[in-house]
Design a protein around this ligand. Structure first.
Ligand code: NCD
Length: 327
């Protein structure tokens, strides 16, 4: 595995399966009364968030704390960034404090790559979402959720998602979640179809390893998982569709549409959901919707990533579990 996690495209099939399997081990920790492992004791991790976040920030923090790391939370609002400080100076400040890993979310695509390759810092860099580019831990937690639901918790160990049909619907143009998922799902052997209004399909999509469709209704019956995306207004500088109502009617998932999906198929969403826009409350609250499960799985997956990037040769979880169980 590479030293940093910048893009889902950097992961080989074996890397990805190792992360998913390690995350299953980590998930067992979450089932215990004391949800803590000593693995990263004495290590310092900074969560460097230049963009808003609820799930991802809390999830990384929970993962770091469960691994016993020392955690520093930084958000651009209220820091010297609002006084004009550059990424370089912020990074060098962190380096001077001796941090071991930086989890970064930034509005500019490429910021985590710059941090990892600039020589400004020695720390391991984990991308928690950069612009419209990548969000690799989101793709990993989505793959983890799909593997559990579509292959099985135990049956899934060591397995990928070969042959699974995944449909990703909505604002693909502005979505780092879609980009990361297409890369990772392809590596894991799944067949991905993107469904979006023509105005929200990125230029150059024909080079992506997936199919594109403009017709949601005909795609739903052929899907094992349907992932709904939020329309990312904060990244839009023009009108990409006439009205919200029209968008919802063509690309939103409601109860009638969900009924077209095969019985075993799941509905996914990375959050935050805009109820009434891309998904109705009926679907969001249904048994088939995994949005809350995805959040829980996110902690296990981020524990696995941090453990594998920082834990090095130290005892794996299974060892930690054995010692706890022996007590
Ligand atoms: C996504 C993001 O920030 O890229 N959310 C997330 O990380 N859970 C998607 C979004 O904001 O719509």
């Amino acid at each position: 595995m590479q030293r940093h996690l910048i893009s889902a495209a950097d992961l080989t099939r074996d890397d990805a399966v190792l992360i998913l399997d390690t995350a299953e081990e980590m998930a067992r920790v979450a089932d215990r009364p004391i949800k803590k492992l000593p693995t990263l004791r004495g290590r310092t991790i900074v969560n460097l968030f230049f963009e808003d976040s609820t799930r991802t920030r809390i999830s990384f923090e929970a993962a770091e704390k469960r691994l016993s790391a020392d955690v520093i939370n930084f958000s651009a609002k209220g820091s010297s960034v609002s006084k004009g400080e550059s990424l370089k100076d912020t990074a060098q400040t962190l380096e001077a404090m001796g941090v071991d890993a930086v989890v970064i979310r930034h509005g500019a695509s490429g910021a985590p790559y710059r941090l990892a390759t600039s020589g400004w810092i020695d720390a391991v860099v984990v991308n928690a979402g950069d612009g419209t580019h990548q969000h690799p831990t989101q793709a990993l937690l989505d793959a983890f959720t799909m593997r559990r639901r579509l292959v099985g918790r135990d049956a899934g160990l060591g397995q990928d998602l070969a042959g699974k049909r995944i449909t990703i619907v909505g604002d693909v143009l502005h979505s780092r979640v879609a980009r990361s998922n297409v890369d990772l799902l392809h590596t894991l052997g799944a067949e991905v179809t993107l469904v979006a209004p023509p105005t929200l399909v990125p230029v150059g999509i024909e080079t992506w390893p997936c199919e594109v469709s403009y017709d949601l209704d005909s795609t739903l019956p052929k899907s094992d998982a349907v992932m709904m995306l939020r329309v990312q207004r904060e990244r839009m500088n023009a009108a990409f569709f006439p009205t919200e109502r029209e968008y919802s009617r063509r690309y939103g998932l409601d109860g009638d549409r969900m009924a077209r999906m095969p019985e075993h198929a799941i509905v996914m969403h990375p959050g935050p959901m805009v109820r009434g826009m891309e998904i109705t409350a009926e679907v969001a609250d249904s048994e088939r919707c995994t949005v809350v499960e995805q959040v829980a799985n996110g902690v296990s997956v981020r524990m696995a990533v941090l453990y594998l990037l920082l834990g090095g040769n130290e005892p794996a979880v299974s060892h930690a579990r054995t010692t706890t169980e022996e007590k």
